[in-house]
Design a protein around this ligand. Structure first.
Ligand code: CP
Length: 319
């Protein structure tokens, strides 16, 4: 697709969802408001609508996933689409077929939407640049870069518990440097007008350039948590650590792990979020993850509604 904007069509509507960065506030709110209409679907006897009947959605997960892949599949099925999960380990990728050749072959099978998770930052953008106008690409997480549907489900969760974005203090804690979740959340929070976003963690895991986005950097956990309305914990991404960034997981837990005692520094009604999967006893203690302020499982549920919204919006916007 060769429009001036990598994600929007000539009418300013969402054509691909590649990143929250660069999306106008009204587009974010349109996705969230559409998702709100899908939130109650899980409680219905018949959980289906025909919005994507006849459309083919391909889940291409080149990295592991439990929540994102499954909730995209549930979302596509609830919209009556046909969903195909390519088993990457058993696909011809393992024989050396290139990403773009794989995409071209799936297009020949009449793909309408590609949902892509890849370890390389930018892979979904590359695919979007090489697909015809009637095909849509949704980024399900690329390298350290972006995880836009996670960012959107995080905003849905925050809005549910704390409706006034413009009055919030949000603390994002932990391994920020490797986190596409943090990057997408920061773009969404600033676009929605959150006045104080804090990035909390050791110097090795918090990139200093976040200051240019208006983010307050706190290397002291107490300073980072004090008075926060929302505490977003991040997974320590051992698989992306080159080495030397951390002395040990137990030392990280001692300095930055969210314990019940530390959580008392935040507001009494603060919510605790985590994108999953959790390293219990490393970035978050079980007493907090399973405690009364945790909204970790509601986040997962909002993920279905957000993914239904994104799939239905891109598929129903004309090229
Ligand atoms: N939050 C998230 O992306 O989880 P998965 O890796 O299980 O999809």
């Amino acid at each position: 697709m060769q429009y001036a904007h990598p994600q929007l069509n000539r009418h300013g509507e969402l054509h691909h969802l590649l990143s929250i960065e660069g999306l106008p506030r009204d587009v974010l709110l349109h996705i969230m408001d559409t998702a709100q209409g899908f939130v109650s679907f899980g409680d219905r006897d018949v959980k289906k609508v025909p919005l994507l009947r006849g459309k083919s959605v391909f889940n291409l997960f080149f990295e592991n996933s439990t929540r994102t892949r499954t909730t995209f599949e549930i979302a596509a099925k609830r919209l009556s689409a046909d969903i195909f999960n390519l088993d990457i380990q058993r696909s011809s990728t393992a024989k050396g077929e290139s990403l773009l050749d794989t995409i071209a072959n799936l297009e020949a099978m009449d793909a309408d939407i590609f949902v892509v998770r890849h370890s390389e930052s930018g892979a979904p953008f590359l695919i979007a640049r090489h697909t015809p106008d009637h095909v849509h690409v949704v980024n399900a997480g690329d390298g350290r870069h972006a995880h836009p549907t996670q960012g959107l489900l995080d905003m849905m969760t925050i809005r549910h518990y704390k409706p006034a974005f413009t009055a919030l203090t949000v603390a994002i804690v932990g391994d920020i440097v490797h986190s596409r979740v943090a990057r997408s959340a920061i773009h969404a929070l600033t676009t929605l007008g959150v006045p104080e976003v804090r990035a909390v963690g050791p110097k090795t895991l918090v990139p200093g350039d976040l200051r240019s986005m208006g983010v307050r950097i706190c290397h002291d956990i107490s300073e980072g948590l004090r008075g926060a309305d929302v505490v977003m914990m991040l997974r320590l991404q051992n698989e992306r650590m080159a080495g030397g960034l951390l002395p040990s997981a137990s030392e990280f837990n001692m300095m930055y792990g969210l314990t019940a005692e530390r959580l008392r520094l935040a507001r009494d009604d603060a919510i605790v979020m985590h994108p999953g999967p959790i390293n219990r006893g490393v970035e978050i203690d079980s007493a907090v993850a399973d405690g009364p302020q945790s909204v970790i499982l509601p986040q997962v549920r909002f993920g279905i509604a957000v993914r239904m919204a994104v799939l239905s919006i891109v598929a129903n916007n004309a090229a």
